[in-house]
Design a protein around this ligand. Structure first.
Ligand SMILES: [Zn+2]
Length: 132
């Protein structure tokens, strides 16, 4: 149950992107799902980290100071995805982690579509503990 692009139906892959908030704050390494179709190029923030991102933006407020924030320092899931993207980590470990993360993200989407908040919370916790 890989996430499909809502525009063209192609597969989406997770990449790390920099997001600019209110033109002043650069938030680095935000996990984003991007459509594999280059012409479509549709992207959206990974569902499971939306809450983390939202609370960061609330903290920054409407008139933030010019700054750069490393998102992985406040989001364990982002931290995990940075680790997977980091080529210094052994490729077998990366693959295993990547598979596990995808599996949990799929379950998260399912829990979300069912509106099962308890399950969503549980999956978020499992995701953040994956690397320990
Ligand atoms: Zn697409």
């Amino acid at each position: 149950m890989q996430k499909r692009c809502t525009r063209c139906g192609n597969e989406m892959e997770i990449v790390l992107r920099n997001v600019v908030y209110r033109k002043r704050v650069k938030i680095m390494n935000v996990p984003v799902q991007v459509c594999v179709d280059e012409d479509c190029d549709h992207s959206q923030v990974v569902d499971v980290i939306k809450d983390d991102l939202k609370s960061l933006m609330e903290e920054l407020g409407q008139h933030p100071q010019r700054q750069a924030i490393e998102f992985e320092e406040m989001s364990e899931l982002s931290n995990l995805l940075v680790l997977i993207a980091n080529e210094k980590v052994n490729s077998t470990v990366r693959e295993l982690l990547g598979e596990k993360v995808n599996e949990l993200l799929d379950l998260f989407l399912l829990a979300q579509s069912l509106g099962d908040e308890k399950w969503m919370l549980e999956l978020r916790e499992r995701l953040t503990k994956i690397m320990v």
